[in-house]
Design a protein around this ligand. Structure first.
Ligand code: GUN
Length: 283
């Protein structure tokens, strides 16, 4: 039987309607949630992602601002911008779009963000809190993945989840959040020997390797929930995931498309974090 396709766009629309209601309630108390995105350089993909974030804010009523800076900006100047935003009471969320130019330390810039305003969930304080199960702002893509799995109605408890990719943005946080849901988690990565040995055991397969078409039908356990986090532009200019969609949909129980799968969920979780930050900072 063909897989049920998990359209992130539809799930995101549901959640955004709920978030718009929360924004209305905050506004009635005089609080206007605000997000500032800092974008350095002229990478077209980063500009496109940031436009999507601003559109999402507009949709739910969050005030958003984009600060554009040339790639030649110094680390000190960038940190000074972040520090000013830390002090601005109208800014509840700060997001510095990654990657940064090579001469700027990501660690220094992310570390400079006040953790209560770190709506990416990348600050070491938020990562640490997430890891030990304390409340924190959660990394958006990982959180979006978990919400999508929840929408299948399948409990994660006791399931074998296999995560491909160990990035700080997706692989590592999603593995913690899956454990919090009581799944048994196996981490695979670029040096894993015999990847298929693991993927074929997965009740839940999260593919975040950044390698176009890495996973096909032979790699998937029949009926598995397969979440494709990959976004790869191939030579034809087309955007494709890490999973061979047409093959995988004949074997998987649930499958996310690319585009239109995880992407809209990432932005939605960013909006959710901004509202949460506004609530926490105004409490
Ligand atoms: N670049 C790619 N994905 C992300 C993200 O989720 N947050 C930030 N800040 N930069 C990114």
């Amino acid at each position: 039987m063909a897989a049920t396709i998990l359209y992130g766009k539809e799930i995101a629309k549901d959640i955004r309607e709920q978030l718009a209601g929360e924004v209305e309630e905050l506004k009635s108390k005089g609080i206007v949630p605000g997000l500032t995105v800092v974008l350095v350089g002229d990478d077209p993909a980063s500009h496109s992602y940031v436009r999507g974030k601003a559109r999402g804010c507009e949709e739910v009523g969050i005030r958003s601002e984009i600060i554009l800076k040339e790639a030649s900006i110094s680390e000190e100047e960038l940190v000074a911008i972040v520090e000013e935003l830390n002090e601005n009471p109208n800014v509840h969320g700060i997001l510095v779009q990654l990657p940064l130019p090579a001469h700027i330390s990501e660690k220094a810039v992310i570390g400079a963000i006040r953790s209560e305003k770190d709506v990416d969930g990348f600050h070491p304080i938020n990562v640490g809190n997430m890891m030990i199960g304390y409340d924190s702002l959660l990394p958006c893509t990982a959180h979006g993945v978990i919400e999508m799995i929840k929408r299948t109605g399948m409990p994660m408890e006791g399931k074998h989840a296999v995560v491909i990719g160990r990035s700080n943005i997706v692989g590592k946080p999603v593995s913690y959040l899956l454990q919090k849901e009581n799944a048994t988690v196996t981490m695979c990565h670029s040096r894993t020997v015999d990847l298929r040995h693991y993927t074929r055991q997965a009740d839940i397969l999260i593919v975040a390797a950044g390698k176009a078409h890495l996973i096909g039908s032979e790699d998937i356990k029949p009926g598995a929930v397969v979440i494709d986090v990959g976004v790869n532009r191939i030579d034809s200019g087309k955007l494709v995931g890490d999973v061979r969609f047409d093959e995988a949909k004949e074997v998987a129980g649930y499958l996310t498309p690319v585009p239109g799968g995880v992407g809209p969920m990432t932005i939605t979780m960013l909006l959710k974090n901004t509202i949460e930050a506004a609530k926490n900072l105004s409490a």
